[in-house]
Design a protein around this ligand. Structure first.
Ligand code: ATP
Ligand code: MG
Length: 206
């Protein structure tokens, strides 16, 4: 039987338990065989303030997935030159993972924004989407119905996951303010951040 593979894309600056819990809930809820975390190389929409390098973001993701046998990390977007578009990543993965069914995992916020991504219609046709919705961050059904046809929307599946008010931005802000992020990120990630002195300063001040 063909494998079902979840793809969790993100900036992961840094990866946190919101990402990990969501991926694990979707993996078990949708009976996926594995989940691949793919840090994006040059997120076009992020400003770079407090940001960690792609190599650090990849290393932190690798630390975070260590203890889950279903999780791996891929550097596929970091190796590619130019902007990293999900539609290209899915096409490249499809070539390498022969016959596997691909499920792109996003939060509702990312899904509501999908129509602004590169070639959103081709992307939707090229894989299934599993949207982890949580209370307080619902899917904007009206907007999605306006932007995508019924056929395209058949590729969108919603799965309820626990609501966790955690974001990478909150973690960066806490570190900059000298506050603890214990339990918000896995221990190995916390140690990596400390060891490398990440997120302590604004870029301009370095
Ligand atoms: P930032 O605060 O910098 O925007 P983030 O925490 O939103 O970071 P991203 O790397 O932008 O993290 O998100 C990657 C994916 O993880 C997106 O699909 C996003 O919707 C999802 N995600 C982020 N935080 C959570 C959370 N707390 N619960 C569920 N999904 C989340
Ligand atoms: Mg975000």
């Amino acid at each position: 039987m063909a494998k079902s593979i979840g793809i969790m894309g993100g900036t992961f600056d840094p990866i946190h338990i919101g990402h990990l819990i969501t991926a694990e809930m979707v993996r078990s809820g949708a009976s996926l065989d594995e989940v691949i975390f793919i840090p994006s190389a040059r997120p076009p929409h992020k400003d770079g303030i407090h940001a960690a390098s792609p190599e650090d973001r990849l290393a932190m993701a690798a630390c975070a997935v260590q203890e889950n046998p279903y999780f791996t990390v891929s550097d596929i977007e970091l190796k590619r030159a130019g902007p990293s578009y999900t539609v290209d990543t899915i096409a490249e993965l499809r070539e390498n993972l022969d016959g596997a069914e691909l499920f792109f995992i996003t939060g509702a916020d990312a899904m509501n924004d999908l129509y602004r991504w590169h070639e959103p219609k081709r992307l939707l046709q090229s894989c299934q989407f599993i949207v982890a919705t949580r209370q307080g961050a619902p899917l904007d059904e009206l907007l999605i119905a306006e932007k995508f046809t019924a056929e395209e929307r058949r590729h969108i599946h919603v799965l309820m996951t626990p609501h966790l008010e955690i974001s990478s931005s909150v973690i960066r802000t806490r570190i900059r303010a000298g506050l603890s992020v214990r339990y918000l990120v896995p221990r190995a990630v916390e140690e990596y951040i400390e060891r490398r002195g990440l997120y302590r300063e604004h870029d301009e001040e370095l």
